[in-house]
Every structure is written in C-alpha cells, then in structure tokens.
Design a protein around this ligand. Structure first.
Ligand code: T4K
Length: 380
C-alpha cells in the first residue's frame, strides 16, 4: 500500500538539539536518576502548570494507581468502571482488591454516580472512577456518595492532563476562575505515556492535597526509604529518571500548542460529522477546558448502514489506523469475567459504547489533508 499511514496518535517530541543540550548537562553532572535536578524542576513546573498543590513523578501511569491504593490502605472491594484501559482494574488486582464494576453514563462513558450506591457493600472501601477521554466525571456527586459512606476516591486521570473546570460558585472577587479537575477526590493519577497529550516517553504522576501525603508517596516510590538507612514502608521502585524528566520539561513548553492543534482537528471533525446520520461524537462541555486527547465516534449501525467493525476495517485497509478504545470491555477479560459485577446485563451502557466506538486519529501533527482523507471514508 503506498498511501501514508495515519495512526491514532503520534508522540509530541521535543526539539532534538534542545534535548541533547539537557542530556549534556546530565552527562556532566553524572546524576541520572533518584530525585535529580530535572526531576525536581519538572515536579515544580508541572504543579504550577496543572494548578495542583503537590505532585509526585512516576515511571509510568500504572504504578501511581497501585501506589495510591497502597498509601491509602485500600482493601476489600473498590467500585470502578469497566470502560477504561485495563491498567485501571489491574491496579486493584495487584493490591488483592476485588473490583466491583458499575455501569457508565451512556453519553460520557464515565462511571454513572446514580448506580454506585447499589453496588456498595460492607467491604467497599473506595471508588476508582476514570475521566475517560479526558471528560470530567461527575466529581461533586461522586464525592457526596463517598462522604456519605466514608469511602476514599482515587481518580484515574490518565487522560485528563491539563483539564480544568470553571468554578461553579465563584466568590464575588473570583469571577470565572478555572481549577484543575486533578484535585478532586483523595488523589488523582496521570499517565505520560508516548501516546498521551503530554508525554515523557513512559511516565506518570500522582497528585495529592498535602505535603505529608507527598512525602509518604515519595517514600513509597523509592522502596520506602526515608533516609540512607531507614525504611518506613514496603515501597516499590517507580521513580522517573533524569533523561525523561528533562524530556518532559521540554515537552511542557510546547504542550499548549499541541492541545490547540488537536482542538483545530476536533473542530474539523465535528463540522464534517454533524449531519452524518448514525454517528455520534462528543462535544465540548460548557465550563470545561478540554485537552482533546481522543476523538471517539460511536456508530449506530442501523442508522449509519455499516457496523462499527466494517467501518474500522475499511479505514484500516486504507492505512487509517483508528483504535477501538475501549473494546473489549475490561469486565470481559478472563481475569475479571467471573465476577458477579462483570455480568453483561449489569453493564449495558458500557457494552454498547465498547461495541460502537472508534477513536479517530487525533494528534498535533494531523494536516488538513490527513483529516480530509480520514473523513472521506466516514462521510458518505
Ligand atoms: N489508565 C488509563 C485510563 C489509561 O488509558 C492508561 C494507559 C493507564 C491507566 C496506564 O498508563 P501507562 O502505564 O501506560 O502510562 C496505549 C498506551 O500504551 C497506554 O498508555 C494507554 N493508556 C492506552 C489507552 O493506549 P496501545 O497498546 O493502544 O498503544 P500502541 O503501542 O498500540 O500505540 C498506539 C498508536 O500510537 C500506534 O499505532 C502509533 C502511535 N505510537 C505509539 C507509540 C508507543 C507512536 O507513534 N509512537 C510510539 O512510540 O496502548
């Protein structure tokens, strides 16, 4: 096939010369990991950029999930969504916690708060929602339920880098202030994987509210060391090294431009798809600053006249490599399908989304020509 390959995403890469000059500094310092200068600087810059009080860098986006559960001593059962990347549920399994799947909202794909209470048992200790595709969950309602039952909330915010919401009740002096959705719940996790809006090749972070918790998390990601000879907890090794921290600092300077380029792609997609019968897409939510991390479309095969998979493979045959995130549902994988809460009749909305979704290519380097080519296979 001689047509250009268009992938679902393409990594945001720093300027190679600039990266080389930071590598030079690392080489000269000979300090290559374990809370080095670039690591410290990236934590500082990210906490300012993301408007979060405390952040701890990790080596990927899965270990902060596992570590947050450890830090909060979560046990028993945790309520979560089946409509996510499998790492969300695996983090529970790795902690010996039983995942309890609850269905999602049919429009947003996020955990449906109105279905949470029915799934709470005496063994429930926490809720782990996901801001899927970067669209904020119903944070307020989830917190109300958590407070009522004394549950912890850990958000998997892997897709929600930089997503903010407008303060719904500003004081007279702070009209229209934006705040990060990453401060919701007890903690939020981020992924900086190559495929994300903002990447450090592999990488991730945990966002927390107070200094004490950050200190504890920093111990936990470094084997539990609280000094040269003192180990205060059974920690793990999930530190980010200096190379990736330096790379991350450079990418932070260009992430706003990348998000704007993605927004332009979203505008083109929406304009072209708005009158296509049988295709639904997600619009911007008023009062939310989006990051355009994914562009999912949902196919109604009767109205569209083609199944999701027919369209998916037709595009694939032309070298347009969208992805069916998140199909299959986590609850259908061998590890989880035996759970009571994994029964398909318990999760009708999640199944419907998983069976109808295609994430169209979405990244900062898509040209107008690329977008037109993609659309030419969808708009009939
Ligand atoms: N929670 C949620 C909700 C998540 O979505 C994820 C990860 C996590 C937790 C865990 O975070 P991490 O531990 O991964 O940091 C990808 C990613 O590997 C994964 O990070 C991501 N979610 C998931 C949704 O997608 P794949 O298997 O689909 O990626 P892959 O390798 O097929 O790449 C997709 C496309 O991206 C390629 O066709 C081309 C492009 N690409 C990819 C890579 C790796 C490049 O152009 N360059 C590259 O280096 O899982």
């Amino acid at each position: 096939m001689d047509t250009k390959r268009i992938t679902v995403t393409s990594p945001l890469l720093p300027d190679l010369k600039e990266f080389h000059s930071l590598l030079q500094e690392i080489w000269e310092s000979k300090w290559i990991t374990n809370n080095g200068q670039f690591h410290k600087q990236l934590e500082k810059e990210l906490s300012a950029y993301l408007k979060v009080p405390y952040i701890s860098l990790f080596t990927n986006g899965t270990l902060p999930l596992i570590t947050a559960l450890q830090a909060l001593h979560i046990t028993g059962e945790v309520i979560t969504t089946p409509y996510s990347f499998v790492a969300t549920t695996h983090s529970l399994w790795w902690n010996g916690i039983k995942p309890v799947f609850v269905d999602v909202d049919p429009l947003t794909g996020n955990l449906d708060p109105e279905k949470i209470e029915a799934a709470i048992t005496p063994r429930t200790t926490a809720i782990m929602p996901v801001h899927v595709y970067g669209n904020p969950c119903d944070i307020q309602r989830i917190q109300e339920i958590a407070d009522k039952y004394g549950l912890r909330v850990i958000y998997d915010a892997a897709h929600a880098f930089g997503v903010e919401s407008l303060n719904p009740n500003p004081s007279p002096t702070e009209e229209g202030t934006w705040s990060s959705i990453l401060t919701a719940g007890d903690m939020s996790t981020l992924s900086f994987h190559a495929t994300k809006v903002y990447n450090t090749i592999e990488g991730g972070a945990l966002v927390m509210h107070d200094e004490q918790t950050k200190k504890r998390i920093d111990y936990l990601k470094n084997f539990g060391f609280a000094g040269e000879t003192e180990v205060v907890a059974p920690g793990i090794n999930s530190k980010m090294d200096e190379m990736r921290a330096a790379y991350g600092l450079l990418n932070l300077r260009q992430v706003d431009a990348a998000i704007e380029a993605r927004r332009q792609v979203a505008i083109k997609y929406r304009e072209a798809l708005k009158d296509v019968s049988g295709i639904r897409f997600m619009n911007d939510i008023p009062g939310v600053k989006h990051n355009y991390s994914y562009f999912p479309i949902f196919i109604d095969e009767t109205a569209y006249g083609m199944t999701r998979d027919e369209l998916y493979f037709k595009m694939k045959s032309q070298n347009i490599l969208g992805r069916r995130y998140f199909y299959p549902l986590i609850s259908t994988f061998a590890t989880y399908r035996g759970l009571d809460s994994a029964r398909p009749e318990n999760l009708p909305n999640a199944h419907k989304l998983a069976d109808s979704v295609i994430c169209l290519p979405m990244h900062h380097e898509l040209s107008e020509e690329d977008v037109e080519r993609i659309l030419s296979f969808i708009v009939k």
